[in-house]
Design a protein around this ligand. Sequence first.
Ligand code: SAM
Length: 344
Amino acid sequence: MKTLIDKAAETHSLEYKEILALIKDNSENEYLFKKADEVRKQFVGDEVHLRGLIEFSNVCACNCQYCGLQKDNSKVERYKMTVDEIFETAKKAVENGYKTIVLQSGESKVYSIEELCDLIKRIKQLDVAVTLSIGEKNEAEYRALREAGADRYLLRIETTSFKLYRKLHPDMSLSRRMACLTFLKKIGFEIGTGDLIGLPEQTDESIAEDIMFFKEFEADMIGLGPFIPNPDTPLKNEIGGTFEKALKVMAITRLLIPDANIPATTAMETIRPDGRIIALQSGANVVMPNVNETYYRTKYELYPNKKCVNEDADKCRQCIEEKIKSIGRTIGTSQGFRVRHNAK
Ligand code: SAM
């Protein structure tokens, strides 16, 4: 296993069967995490980029079987922040030092594209990068959002298994999601994608395919998190993903796409205390603290016990900053775009 890990750390290239072997064998996990940390340091340095996350609406037209925001979950109290509220939240985050604002919501048409474009233009005047995570739109809409100034788009693939995707996403299609990603890339967005680890019926083979996909697609950002069963969804009785496995997939991804931006996800922190710090020491270089008012945070429950839902934005930032500095890392001072190193 060590030879395989060294090969990945040096060449940033593995065949499918080698990735699969790494996923299946747990004998050298600590070595893998150490190597991923070294590659992270070599390619993206010690800076940790903080992206201020605004979860601006939980209204959703989709029925992703794992997600607490799914349309059929009648227990959710739906909200829609006003455009002015979103802007004010972004402004406060920028005043607090954030260089990127991430606008995330369920998939819906509760805001017109014109409204979203105006919002993006206003936020861009604050001299920050804007990332959108608002799901599937049509090409004209994506184009308008890009022309309004949005810089990045996050759209997780969740799984590259067509069979599993169909099962977990009624009325949605993996081909369409892939087509969205391809189009977003074509029109110049920096692209973030990723998957959920530990979905029911997900196999190691399918996770190895996911990693191959991230590499072949040349994703700029890859967000990986454990699936955490939500008691108000059809998957409430499933076991969910483990921290170790999500961390492992993240570390392998770092070795293979050494210059990508890789977040230490909130889901990791939710199932393991200090999960984000462990992730930052195993290949990650980004954290996305929530900058919403607490009032809205409690209503954006993708999964139970979501970390930091009861903390205000200032406290959240202070807490993560201190932890980052305590492990000898620094807070990113730029907008933190991917810097390509032409690794194979
Ligand atoms: N609607 C947008 C989209 O589809 O990209 C963005 C919002 S969606 C709620 C953000 C992410 O939450 C999803 O991509 C999914 O991976 C994650 N998520 C949803 N339910 C989850 C769960 N039960 N456990 C872990 N992550 C979950």
